[in-house]
Ligand binder design. Sequence first.
Ligand code: URP
Ligand code: ZN
Ligand code: ZN
Length: 488
Amino acid sequence: MAEFDLVVRGGTVVTAADKARCDVGIRDGRVVALAEGLPKGKREIDATDRLVLPGGIDSHVHIEQKGSYGITSSDDFFTGTRSALFGGNTTVMPFAAQHKGQGLRQVVEAYRDLATPKAVCDYAFHLIVSDPTEQVLGQELPALIKDGFTSFKVFMTYDLMKLDDGQMLDVLSVARREGALVMVHAENHEVIKWITKRLLDRGHRAPKYHAISHARLAEGEATHRAIVLSELMDTPMLIVHVSAELAMNAIRDAQTRGLKVYGETCPQYLFLTAQDIDKPGLEGAKFCCSPPPRDEASQEAMWRGLENGTFQLFSSDHAPYRFDETAKLSKGPNAHFREIPPGMPGVEARAALLFSEGVRTGRIDIHRFVELNSTNAAKIYGLFPRKGTIAIGSDADIAIWEPDLERTITWDDLHDNVGYTPYEGKKVTGWPTIVIRRGEVVIEGGELHAERGSGAFLPCSTPEPARPRGRFTPEMDPARNFGAQLVE
Ligand code: URP
Ligand code: ZN
Ligand code: ZN
């Protein structure tokens, strides 16, 4: 047997399905052996008493991206992916965001040009489709899907981004035909706009009114409507960043009816509430995101959804905006809540928060953690089995966790460019201290050992939900899927 480049020795290797005390042999960036007592490698890492887990995949991050309010997020592809690595992630999935009037191909090339010289972890792109012209639907999207951009997000709110229901059906029909996955930001635009106007008319300007304007009913209604469109088109759909129980229940109900509807929630909906937005002055702006954190009952509901499988994905929705005039305060010190770009950082703390409050408390087991942290994203977005597991032939993307390490989260110890963390002062137990990316030890001893630009671009194949299963075809259920038949 040829020599290993690296052997991770004596740890507890855990995947979504299995757990074994064994060594991991790595050669040419891939896992080539899993066994006890492997021969010595060129390099050895002692993982005794530690957990050897697949590198995290944070499948919803905004990096160097012009956002829904026209402000560019504060992490570039170096700082954002560096922060990801320090949090035990080896892959992130940012967005190539189309704004109205832009061609999609040109947008993708611009984001790839930003990422190539800077990224230090691997990355695949989702698209954001905000202008589904005939050219986009008929030519650019199909061609980009073939090139490995197999998931795209659409918005039901935000003036700059929103699609109407007909446009959503158009996008869904392309996804159906080409085998891609549509991700939906589900909030009812008109409801938010109506409440916002009345709040502002009455002089309610503070950040806390952001949460009031983004009512949970608005999220619940839009989630239900999006699912109706998905059912009509007989096409899978993922509802991203779910915060409200009403929305979660709509997803659960669709799944119970056998629809391929998937759900994602995020740390801010487990660990923060609308109370955090109610801070003096504009301080609450740091906690404004859409949908907003809700209340403790909603937190409990989101945990339930992670435990019972309603949510397949746990992503940070890292949408980093500095608390200064470049981002959160770009409209000045007297900005009202509608002028604060929504979003908060979380890529570095995401996995540790879930491990500490999920696994250590017994809410989820370690295998469910691995699924939520890594495997499900790889499967759902078409990166599995190259990514998302520790198996022979997979990329050697590994995070070595110290399960008993106690840390207090503070921004001074993080590696993003944001200047604050919404989790300041939160105590967690368990943190990944060694991170291996395609066989290279990139985080060790609290230091980054990766060259700028060494992160690899990952084309995605057809997402697992979009692969035909031979069920729910128009022929089998003509009453339900007639929308799909109209585009056959
Ligand atoms: O408030 C949020 N989540 N900002 C990021 C953009 C988005 O909608 O995902
Ligand atoms: Zn969104
Ligand atoms: Zn987002």
